[in-house]
Design a binder for this molecule. Structure first.
Ligand code: FES
Ligand SMILES: [Fe+2]
Length: 378
C-alpha cells in the first residue's frame, strides 16, 4: 500500500496505529500469572489471545479462537501438554497444530487441515513475551536482542517488577503522559523529598508545597526536562529525572528514565511498557533496575526498591492513569490540544511511532535502538 493512501484517524495517527505497532516482542503477562494446566485469555493489540504452558512449562500463545467453530480456546484446558478446546475437544500444540480430533483416528489427515494461529512466545525476566505480528513477513529477532540488557543478566542486575496494570485509555495517550516536565506538578506530592541523605525508611516530603512550586524547563541530550524549584527558582528534590544520553523512548513502547529516588543514593533506571489491549485500554508493565552484582548491593537495592521506589511507582501510576483516563478518547484528546514548546520531546516520540508504523507498510521494520537498551545508560 502506498503510504500516501493511508488515511488518518486524527492528524499524525494513521488508521490502525491506535491498536499498536505489530511485529515486536511484548511482555503480555507476568510469569506468576500463568500457572500450569489452566490457560488464560487476554487481549493485546486488539486481538484475543490464549496463553498457556506446555508440559515442559514453556509458554505458548495462540489466537483465542478455535478453528473448528470459534469457541474461545482460553475456556479449555491443558491436557497432556496440549491445549484442548472446551467445546468438542480438538487439541492443539504450542505451534497451533491440531493433534487430536476426538472422533477421528490418531493419524487422520483432517489434523493437517485445522490450525490455530500461533505467535512466538518466551519467558524471560519474570515476563511471558509474545512476538505479536506476522513472523513470515517480519521474522522475529531473538528476544534477547530487543529487551533491556539487564533481563539477560540476572546475576549482575536486580530488577523490581510492579504488578501488571490496565489503564482505561488509548496507549498513545499513555505514552504522551511520559513527557519530562509534568512530574514536578502532577507527582509533586509523591515525588518530592527533603534534601537530606537517605538513611533508610520512607523519604520525608519536601518543604515547598505545590502552591510554592515553579517549573524550570531544561533542554538535555535526553529531551526536555522540567526541574522543580521553589518560588525563587531554587531547585527542590523531586525524585529527579537525570540528564543522560540515550533514547528515552524505544520501540515498540519502552520508556526508560534514570531517576535519583532520594538524595544521597545512586540513580536507578525505570523501565516502562505501555501497549494496547484495544483502542481504549492499555497494559502497563514497569520495573526498577540497578546493577547489583554483590549480595550487599542486592540487599541495599532490594530495600530501596521496596521502601521507596515501589510505593512511589504505585502513586505515580495512579496519578498518570487518572490523567490519561480523564483525557477522553484519542481523537477527542488530540483534536483539542494546544501544544507549547516543552511538548516538543513528546511530539518527537509521536512522530517516531508513526514512522515505525508507516515503515512497516513499506516492508521495513524499525528495531529498537541500542541506546538505553544496553548499559551504561547514564
Ligand atoms: S469449537 Fe473447538 S472443538 Fe469445536
Ligand atoms: Fe507521570
Amino acid at each position: 500500500m502506498n503510504v500516501n493512501e493511508i488515511s488518518e484517524l486524527v492528524p499524525g495517527v494513521p488508521k490502525g496505529l491506535e491498536i499498536g505497532l505489530r511485529n515486536y516482542w511484548y511482555p503480555i503477562v507476568q510469569s506468576e500469572e500463568l500457572g500450569q494446566g489452566k490457560p488464560i485469555g487476554i487481549q493485546c493489540l486488539g486481538e484475543n489471545l490464549v496463553v498457556w504452558r506446555d508440559d515442559r512449562g514453556f509458554p505458548a500463545v495462540l489466537s483465542d479462537r478455535c478453528p473448528h467453530r470459534s469457541a474461545k480456546l482460553s475456556l479449555g484446558r491443558v491436557l497432556e501438554g496440549k491445549l484442548q478446546c472446551a467445546l468438542h475437544g480438538l487439541r492443539f500444540d504450542s505451534g497451533g497444530q491440531c493433534v487430536l480430533i476426538p472422533w477421528e483416528a490418531n493419524d487422520s489427515p483432517s489434523l493437517n487441515e485445522v490450525h490455530a494461529r500461533s505467535y512466538p512466545a518466551e519467558e524471560l525476566g519474570g515476563y511471558i513475551w509474545a512476538y505479536l505480528g506476522d513472523a513470515a513477513k517480519f521474522p522475529p529477532p531473538p528476544l534477547t536482542d530487543e529487551v533491556p540488557e539487564e533481563l539477560n543478566h540476572a546475576d549482575e542486575f536486580l530488577w523490581f517488577r510492579m504488578p501488571t496494570e490496565v489503564w482505561q485509555t488509548n496507549w498513545l495517550l499513555a505514552i504522551d503522559g511520559g513527557d519530562g516536565f509534568h512530574a514536578v506538578i502532577l507527582h509533586a506530592e509523591t515525588q518530592a523529598v527533603t534534601d537530606g541523605s537517605w538513611q533508610g525508611g520512607s523519604p520525608q516530603a519536601a518543604t515547598a508545597p505545590l502552591a510554592e512550586r515553579r517549573v524550570k524547563i531544561v533542554q538535555t541530550s535526553y529531551g526536555v526536562r522540567g526541574v522543580a524549584t521553589d518560588r525563587d527558582g531554587k531547585p527542590i528534590h523531586h525524585g529527579h529525572l537525570l540528564e543522560v544520553k540515550g533514547d528515552r523512548f524505544l520501540f515498540p513502547c519502552i520508556s526508560t528514565n534514570v531517576i535519583r529516588p532520594v538524595p544521597g543514593v545512586e540513580p536507578y533506571v525505570s523501565r516502562l511498557w505501555q501497549f494496547p489491549i484495544d483502542d481504549s485500554r492499555c497494559i502497563i508493565q514497569r520495573f526498577a533496575v540497578q546493577r547489583a552484582p554483590t549480595t550487599e548491593a542486592r540487599e541495599r537495592w532490594a530495600k530501596l526498591f521496596t521502601e521507596v521506589v515501589g510505593p512511589r511507582f504505585k502513586s505515580i501510576s495512579r496519578e498518570d492513569a487518572m490523567i490519561a483516563e480523564s483525557q477522553g478518547d484519542l481523537v477527542t484528546a488530540r483534536t483539542n490540544e494546544h501544544l507549547f514548546e516543552p511538548d516538543i520531546s513528546m511530539y518527537e516520540v509521536r512522530q517516531r511511532i508513526r514512522d515505525a508504523f508507516l515503515a512497516q507498510l513499506s516492508g521495513n521494520r524499525m528495531a529498537p535502538s541500542k541506546n538505553s537498551l544496553v548499559w551504561p545508560i547514564a
